[in-house]
Design a protein around this ligand. Structure first.
Ligand SMILES: *Cc1c(COP(=O)(O)O)cnc(C)c1O
Length: 381
């Protein structure tokens, strides 16, 4: 058989054909009005997806670069912050902060557990010197979506800023930056933005920018003031990733044509489809509050979790994701974000059923697919 490659991971994600083709053009110089027009249109598109009136800066880096910029541009060494460690990526906020000498109070949750705005309010009361709360919108390592709206309400009543890692969530699940009073959002190009890896995005509220003005943390390449000054002149401080920005403009055209509400609804349908199939097969979700970006599924007793991922990837070329350390082998993750359609989910589920059958799990083959088809049929328009 032709071994076709199916990218079903929560980043990188598939790229639309017309976006792939958009990069197959001669490189234009970045200090030209032609490129400035493309850059500014891309920024406008990003503002639409972030649902903000504020500037969105484009960095040539993966998402983590924007996370680092958020830390080094708002804080001073010794500042006190709270981070939400509810998985691999929330944990990263703590790592970055500590690398820069920030005093971190880390809230460590079991993977997949919720964290309420009331709990956050208690934390802030107990730690009144907190300058920032670092959260995640969609914790990609567990498939959990957090209550950013609630955190925004709580933090708006304090001097602390709300910093959100929206790298996999923005563009797939609601998080209107201005309405929800988010002070900083970071995002990455290879998740729901439908282009290859290589760009990161970041936006600041006026409250956050106030801290930028006062920050004494060392920085050079990732200096938000330089990005702001350059954007005012319709350009970037350093050579931008010209081809990726051209691709992003193309994918943003696709996103705008569909509309954000429809895009969120699309992800909701794919999430419901995946969850229905998983339950029909007799499996359990990891997350207590599962989002519509990626579904984390517990490995059933008696089955080798590493083998599930190895078989799906190696034999069927269905590139779902395993669980990350320290939970390797305990669950696996089926992504449904970005440029994925209903039949991409069916592909993942069919490969999963064939794999589970092969590994001796006792279930009725086809039951998951049937449940998935029902949800897709009900919602297809
Ligand atoms: C993918 C991801 C990251 C890491 O982004 P990189 O682009 O690999 O640096 C961080 N946070 C979340 C929530 C992610 O999904």
């Amino acid at each position: 058989m032709i071994k076709k490659y199916y990218l079903l991971s929560p980043g990188p994600t598939p790229v639309p054909e017309e976006t792939l083709a958009a990069a197959a053009v001669p490189i234009i110089h970045h200090r030209t009005s032609e490129f400035s027009d493309i850059l500014m249109e891309t920024v406008e598109g990003l503002k639409y997806v972030f649902q903000t009136e504020h500037d969105v800066f484009i960095l040539t880096s993966s998402g983590t670069g924007a996370m680092e910029l958020a830390v080094t541009n708002t804080l001073c060494p010794g500042d006190k912050v709270i981070t939400l460690n509810a998985g691999k990526f929330g944990e990263r906020w703590g790592h970055i902060c500590r690398a820069y000498g920030v005093d971190v109070r880390e809230i460590v949750l079991e993977w997949g557990e919720p964290f309420t705005k009331e709990q956050l309010a208690d934390e802030l009361r107990a730690n009144p010197e907190t300058k920032a709360f670092f959260s995640i919108l969609s914790e990609t390592s567990t498939g959990t979506v957090y209550d950013i709206q609630g955190y925004g309400e709580v933090l708006a009543q304090s001097d602390a800023i709300l910093v959100v890692d929206g790298i996999s969530g923005i563009g797939a699940t609601p998080c209107p930056m201005d309405e929800w009073k988010v002070d900083i959002i970071v995002a990455g190009s290879q998740k729901s933005f439908m282009i290859p890896p290589g760009l990161a995005y970041i936006a600041f509220s006026p409250k956050a920018w106030n801290l930028v003005e006062k920050s004494t943390m060392p920085k050079f390449y990732f200096d938000a003031k330089k990005y702001k000054k350059s954007l005012g002149k319709r350009t970037t401080p350093y050579t931008p990733a010209v081809s990726l920005i051209i691709q992003q403009k193309k994918s943003l055209d696709i996103i705008k044509a569909m509309g954000l509400e429809k895009l969120f609804e699309h992800h909701r349908i794919l999430g419901d489809t995946t969850r229905a199939a998983v339950h029909a097969i007799g499996l359990e979700l990891l997350s207590k509050i599962p989002g519509n970006i990626v579904t984390a599924v517990k490995v059933p007793a008696g089955v080798d979790g590493l083998k599930i991922v190895k078989t799906m990837q190696g034999k069927y070329m269905a590139y779902i994701a395993g669980a990350q350390d320290p939970h390797k082998g305990e669950f696996f993750r089926i992504a449904h974000l970005g440029y994925m359609g209903g039949f991409d989910v069916i592909t993942a589920l069919a490969a999963l059923e064939m794999t589970l059958a092969e590994l001796g799990f006792d279930f009725e083959t086809g039951k998951g697919i049937k449940a998935a088809e029902e949800i897709l049929k009900e919602n297809w328009e």
